[in-house]
Ligand binder design. Structure first.
Ligand code: ZN
Ligand code: ZN
Length: 287
């Protein structure tokens, strides 16, 4: 197996009983040698990982596209659970845009009472959660030695203004590559990241629906997200084989409306279009 994408959470800030918050897992390899990269850590991410038989200790690294709360809601859970469920010190690497270090520092500060309770209570736990943050802008990403190695990772700037900075990530292995865009409108940075890749995971909102919702705060979301049509245009421009849509706004009951989303995208992209419920998985093959 070269690379696979699992949509851990296909939801958005709008709570849904069926869809966890934004989170995507990129996996490579099998068994003990497998590498698992978590992109964004939305609501319920560890529940969805558990459904795959995986947990926070299995993550090779966590990568954050931007610091909107819905994409990092459960980062504290990942940090704490990794810390208390591993029995030798296992540093967690978190990669994200500039500003990520400050957010992680504040998160850890908010966890101070919990950290003190656990260190006091467990004789074999004598260290705080070991977390390394790598802030990135664009280009190749090197993880600390001993972490990863089976997957090449790079990033590029996306456009989710006024959320700034925001980045997308590209993962490559054995000739296959996939880009995870996060929230963005079409932009040069994303086009460059997608050039020559096989697949694109893109968040999407139905502008044709949201534009008719007479709530100013909903209307505000139109200008910094892509519609399925715009995500498809980005995929077509880069000549990709597969477009994987996620982060559905409004949250869709999958049966019945899935085809509407696919039809909108298919007007602009002739390749394979994937949509699904949480845990939908797509294998990425080199072309
Ligand atoms: Zn966002
Ligand atoms: Zn979002």
């Amino acid at each position: 197996m070269s690379l696979s994408v699992t949509l851990l959470g296909t939801g958005s800030p709008m709570p849904s009983p069926d869809r966890a918050g934004p989170a995507t897992l990129i996996s490579a390899g099998d068994g003990d040698d497998a590498e698992h990269y978590l992109v964004d850590a939305g609501r319920g991410v560890l529940m969805r990982l558990a459904a795959l038989g995986l947990g926070a200790p299995n993550l090779t690294a966590v990568l954050i596209t931007h610091l909107h709360s819905d994409h990092i809601t459960d980062l504290n859970d990942v940090i704490t659970t990794r810390w208390v469920m591993t029995f030798t010190e296992t540093p967690l690497t978190i990669v994200g845009p500039v500003g990520t270090q400050a957010v992680v520092d504040h998160l850890l500060a908010s966890l101070d009472p919990d950290i003190e309770y656990r260190i006091a209570h467990h004789e074999d736990l004598d260290h705080r959660p070991p977390v390394t943050v790598i802030e990135v802008t664009d280009g190749a990403i090197e993880l600390p030695s001993g972490q990863g190695g089976g997957v090449t990772i790079s990033c590029g700037q996306t456009d989710h203004k006024p959320v700034e900075p925001s980045v997308g990530f590209r993962f490559g292995r054995e000739g296959a590559s996939v880009v995870v865009a996060g929230d963005t409108v079409p932009c040069d940075g994303l086009d460059a990241l997608c050039a020559g890749a096989d697949a694109l995971v893109h968040t999407a909102i139905r502008k044709d629906i949201i534009a008719n919702v007479p709530v100013p705060r909903m209307q505000d979301t139109l200008d910094y997200h892509s519609s399925p049509e715009q995500a498809a245009q980005t995929a077509a421009k880069a000549g990709l084989a597969t477009l994987i849509l996620t982060h559905y706004v409004p949250p869709m009951p999958i049966s019945g409306t899935e085809d509407d989303w696919r039809t909108l995208a298919a007007e602009h992209f002739a390749g394979t279009i994937e949509l699904g419920d949480d845990l939908h998985r797509v294998e990425i093959h080199p072309r």
